[in-house]
Design a protein around this ligand. Structure first.
Ligand code: GLC
Length: 560
C-alpha cells in the first residue's frame, strides 16, 4: 500500500507508540531493537494503524529510558544501526505505515560530546555556553545558584565535580543529573537541532514527537529568579514563567515549521507540553508544530461527565487554530488505563502502586472493559488516536517490580517517593509460553509476570472477544468510517451514558455506568466492545437492528 502525498494525512490518523526497548528483541540480548520492530510489521499492519511513533532509539546509557541522548543522529548500537533503521523505515512505508521519531531538545545526556567538552572546558567558554553553567551561591559557591527543582531529583542543579569537572560551577538539569539542559539562548543549539530534524526528515521520517516542548527557553537573566515548584498543569502561565512555556519558545517552532514545509508532504510534529489549553494552541498552530498532545483524558476517571467536558473543550480548542485534536489514554509515562479504571476514582494511585497494589482491591475485568470501551469511544471522535503498545492487549500495570530491578530515574532519583513508570514498560508478551513470552531468546530487561501468558498476542488472536480482537475490528472499521470532523451529541436520558454521531451516520454510545442501557433502534450495530443483550429482533452477532442492551463499561458503534 503506497503512501499518499496527502498533506492532511495526519488529521485523523491512528498512531501506535512503540517503546523500542520493550517491543521485540531480535538478537537475544534482553533489549528490544530496530530489527525486532521490522520483524513485527505484519502485526502492525494487522492493527490498521497509519503511523508508528518510536520513543528514543539513539545512543544512550538509558539513565532515563533513552530520553538521555548521547547522539541525536545515530542509532544506539544496542538497538541496531542506521542501516537497520533505513530498512525498517522502507518496510514500514511499503506497508503503508508512516514513522514519527522522538526529538528530545530540552536536554542531552551527560555522555553527549558537547557535555563532555563543556565539563572539560573553562567557565565562560563557548563549550560551557551550550549548556547552563553557573557559579553557586554561598561564601565558596557551595550552594546551588537558585532553588529550581528537578523532576527526578531534589534540585535542578548538580555540582560539576559529580561529572568530573575541575572548576567550581553548577549545571542545570530539569530532569535527572544525567540529563543536562541545553542553553537555548545559544544560536548554535538552534542550528544543531535544525540539522537533526533535517537528518531524519531527509531519510524519510514523516513526523516528530517533541519531548518537553514547553521547556526549552528559560529566564536566564541575572540574578536568576527563584522558583521552588513546577507550575501545575492548571497554572495560568503568562509566557513569562521562569522555566516553562515562555513566549520565546514559539520562535523556535516557527523556524522548525519552515523546515517541515520544505518537504512533500510537509513533515508533521506533535508537542508534548503540559500547559493549559489556552497556551497549548500556540504549540499546535499551523505556523508551529501543527499538533499537540491533549493529555486531559490521562487525568480523567472513566466517567461520562468528565469525558464529555473534555471532548467538548478539546474539539472547540482544536478549531481555533486549524489543528486537530489528539486523544490518548496512556503512554510510556502513565499508569495503564485498565489499571486506572479498575480502581475506584478516589484511590490515591501512586500510594496504591507503591504498595504493590495491596492498599485497595483492583477489579481486573472491569478495568479492562472500561479501557477498551474508552478506546472505542476516542477512536470514533474527530482527531488522532494514539495507542501505546500493549494497550490493544488490555494490559494492566505490572506491580511489585523488585527494587533492584527498577530502572526508572523517577524512583531512583526522586527520594523513592514513587515506584515510577517501569510497570507500563515491561516487554510485550507475544506468545503464551516460552522464554520471555516470545519477546526474545535472552529474557526480558524488566520482569514479566506469569499473567502475561493470557494477554499475549498469540492468546488474544485466538479469542474473538479479546481486547486485541475488539481493537483490530474497530480500527479496520474506523478506516472506512472516517468523515468530516464534526460530532452531534444525542440525549440519552441517563447520566452515565454518552451518545454522539458523526455526519455520515456513524453513532457511538458508551455506557460508563454499572447497569444496562437500552439503546433502541438506531441502525445497524457494526461493533461493540462487549456482547450486547438483545431487546427486540436479534439477527446474530453484530447485526442487531432493533436496539439492544449495552453492558456496563462498554461501547457500541452503530451505522445508520
Ligand atoms: C518526557 C518523556 C519522559 C522523560 C522526560 C524527560 O516527559 O515522555 O519519559 O522522562 O520527558 O526527557
Amino acid at each position: 500500500m503506497a503512501l499518499t502525498k496527502d498533506k492532511n494525512w495526519w488529521r485523523q490518523a491512528v498512531i501506535y507508540q512503540i517503546y523500542p526497548r520493550s517491543f521485540k528483541d531480535s538478537n537475544g540480548d534482553g533489549l528490544g531493537d530496530i530489527k525486532g520492530i521490522t520483524s513485527k510489521i505484519d502485526y502492525l499492519s494487522s492493527l490498521n494503524i497509519d503511523a508508528v511513533w518510536l520513543s528514543p532509539f539513539y545512543p544512550s546509557a538509558l539513565a532515563d529510558g533513552g530520553y538521555d541522548v548521547d547522539d541525536y543522529r545515530d542509532v544506539d548500537p544496542k538497538l541496531g544501526t542506521l542501516a537497520d533503521f533505513d530498512e525498517m523505515l522502507r518496510q514500514l512505508h511499503d506497508a503503508g505505515i508512516r514513522v514519527f521519531v522522538d526529538i528530545v531538545p530540552n536536554h542531552s545526556s551527560n555522555r553527549h560530546e558537547w557535555f563532555k567538552e563543556a565539563i572539560a572546558a573553562e567557565p565562560g567558554s563557548a563549550a560551557r555556553n551550550r549548556y547552563i553553567f553557573r557559579d553557586g551561591k554561598g561564601a565558596n559557591g557551595e550552594l546551588p545558584p537558585s532553588n529550581w527543582p528537578s523532576h527526578f531529583a531534589p534540585s535542578a542543579w548538580s555540582h560539576e565535580s559529580t561529572q568530573g569537572g575541575k572548576h567550581n560551577q553548577w549545571y542545570c538539569h530539569l530532569f535527572a543529573p544525567e540529563q543536562p539542559d541545553f542553553n537555548w539562548d545559544n544560536r548554535e543549539i538552534e542550528e544543531d537541532f535544525l540539522k537533526t530534524l533535517k537528518f531524519w526528515a531527509d531519510r524519510g521520517v514523516d513526523g516528530f514527537r517533541i519531548d518537553v516542548a514547553a521547556g526549552l527557553k528559560k529566564d536566564l537573566s541575572e540574578p536568576l529568579r527563584d522558583q521552588d515548584t513546577y507550575p501545575g498543569f492548571n497554572n495560568p502561565m503568562t509566557g513569562d514563567d521562569v522555566l516553562f512555556d515562555r513566549n520565546e519558545v514559539h520562535e523556535v517552532y516557527k523556524e522548525w515549521r519552515k523546515l517541515f514545509n520544505q518537504y512533500d508532504p510537509p513533515r508533521v510534529a506533535v508537542a508534548e507540553a503540559y500547559v493549559r489549553p489556552e497556551r497549548l494552541v500556540h504549540y499546535s498552530s499551523q505556523e508551529e508544530l501543527g499538533q499537540a498532545f491533549n493529555f486531559d483524558l490521562l487525568e480523567a476517571n472513566f466517567n461520562a461527565s468528565e469525558y464529555k467536558k473534555i471532548i467538548d473543550t478539546s474539539l472547540k480548542q482544536a478549531k481555533l487554530n486549524g489543528s486537530s485534536t489528539t486523544w490518548c489514554l496512556n503512554n510510556h509515562d502513565q499508569m495503564r488505563p485498565a489499571t486506572k479504571y479498575g480502581l475506584l476514582p478516589i484511590v490515591d494511585r501512586i500510594r496504591w502502586k507503591n504498595s504493590g497494589g495491596t492498599t485497595h482491591p483492583l477489579d481486573i475485568t472491569a478495568g479492562i472493559n472500561a479501557a477498551v470501551a474508552g478506546s472505542m469511544l476516542i477512536m470514533a471522535l474527530p482527531g488522532c488516536t494514539y495507542i501505546y503498545q500493549g494497550e490493544e492487549l488490555g494490559l494492566h500495570e505490572v506491580l511489585g517490580i523488585p527494587e533492584d530491578q527498577i530502572q526508572d530515574p523517577q524512583y531512583l532519583r526522586n527520594l523513592k517517593a514513587d515506584v515510577g513508570r517501569d510497570g507500563c514498560r515491561v516487554p510485550l508478551p507475544w506468545s503464551s509460553t516460552g522464554r520471555s513470552f516470545g519477546f526474545g531468546d535472552g529474557g526480558a530487561h524488566l520482569p514479566q509476570p506469569a499473567w502475561f501468558a493470557q494477554y499475549s498476542v498469540e492468546a488474544e488472536s485466538n479469542d474473538a472477544s479479546s481486547p486485541l480482537s475488539v481493537f483490530r475490528k474497530a480500527l479496520a472499521l474506523r478506516k472506512t468510517l472516517i468523515t468530516e470532523e464534526e460530532i452531534t451529541w444525542h440525549e440519552t436520558g441517563d447520566d452515565d451514558v454518552l451518545h454522539f454521531s458523526r455526519p455520515n451516520g456513524w453513532h457511538c454510545i458508551t455506557n460508563f455506568g454499572g447497569g444496562l442501557y437500552n439503546f433502541g433502534a438506531i441502525g445497524e450495530v457494526i461493533h461493540s466492545s462487549a456482547p450486547l443483550a438483545p431487546s427486540g429482533i436479534y439477527k446474530g452477532h453484530g447485526n442487531l437492528t432493533l436496539g439492544g442492551e449495552l453492558a456496563p463499561a462498554s461501547t457500541v458503534w452503530i451505522k445508520k
